[in-house]
Design a protein around this ligand. Structure first.
Ligand SMILES: [Zn+2]
Length: 279
């Protein structure tokens, strides 16, 4: 029964065990529906991450398959959707500007109900990212993408902006109606289907990852390396510092330095144990 799973709330990979998983089917107490007896199916997983512990619940309603137990027939599904969490958004870290994250979450939430509203939000999010991350601001998203490409080609853009990510933007620009309207204002509503809306969501996720997350990881690594280098510097000075002197003091038995001893006296002290060993 245990299976691998990634929590949509906290994004933590984990193995789901029996007590964290439920698969329930309920018969609804009505008759005469066009698909026969109605069944409610709930699939629940509770996250094992102690900092999260949130439930993820998928629900479906449909006509009974007529087996020994209540079970929705595959061709009689009336509704099938995730109840908790709402939308298919992936959790995004706090260092991505809140306005961008909010547009992204909402775009994910409404993708199926209103693809064109979803696409409007992701286009705004895309523009917000180019303005924030690449510091490029023009009249239209289209002009901004052109300027971004030029900046990358000429080596003027942030190092995190690879030619591949600009290609990904160009690629999505070629999808259906999205590209045709990029030359106009981003607030213009574009007729797109949910597949096209998803292509924009995928692009925003890719850029979050390749731009913001990658930059943060690099920053953290550099800080760690700088920290190690700093610690090494302190290590090199260590013979003059108190702990090293104490170590030598151990060799000398109970003899310790008096407070106020200067560095020169300490160095002289440190030579003493060697001399004692030779004699
Ligand atoms: Zn979780």
């Amino acid at each position: 029964m245990p299976f691998n799973w990634t929590c949509p709330h906290c994004n933590r990979d984990q193995t789901v065990v029996a007590e964290k998983y439920a698969d329930d089917n309920y018969s609804l107490n009505v008759t005469g529906s066009n698909v026969g007896s109605l069944v409610l199916h709930l699939k629940t997983i509770v996250c094992s991450n102690l900092d999260c512990r949130k439930p993820t619940i998928d629900a479906a309603v449909g006509g009974d398959a007529g087996a020994q137990v209540w079970r929705i027939s595959k061709d009689k599904i009336l509704f099938s959707q995730r109840l908790i969490p709402q939308g298919l958004a992936k959790p995004q870290p706090d260092y991505i500007p809140a306005a961008l994250r909010d547009d992204y979450y909402e775009a994910c939430l409404i993708r199926d109900f209103s693809p064109k509203a979803s696409a409007t939000l992701t286009r705004r999010c895309l523009q917000g990212m180019i303005r924030d991350f690449a510091s490029i601001r023009k009249d239209t998203l289209f002009q901004e993408i052109i300027a971004l490409r030029e900046a990358v080609n000429e080596g003027r853009a942030d190092r995190a902006i690879s030619p591949e990510t600009v290609e990904a933007i160009d690629h999505v620009r070629g999808v259906g109606n999205i590209g045709a309207h990029m030359e106009k204002d981003i607030n213009l509503i574009v007729e797109v289907d949910s597949g096209e809306a998803q292509a924009l969501i995928d692009l925003v996720e890719l850029l979050f990852e390749e731009w913001y997350v990658a930059r943060e990881i690099r920053k953290t690594r550099l800080a760690r390396i700088a920290g190690i280098a700093e610690a090494k510097k302190i290590d090199r000075k260590a013979p003059l510092s108190a702990p090293a002197v104490d170590a030598f003091a151990d060799l000398k038995g109970k003899e310790t330095l008096k407070p106020g001893d200067g560095p020169l006296e300490r160095i002289t002290d440190q030579k003493r144990p060697d001399a004692a060993l030779k004699s």
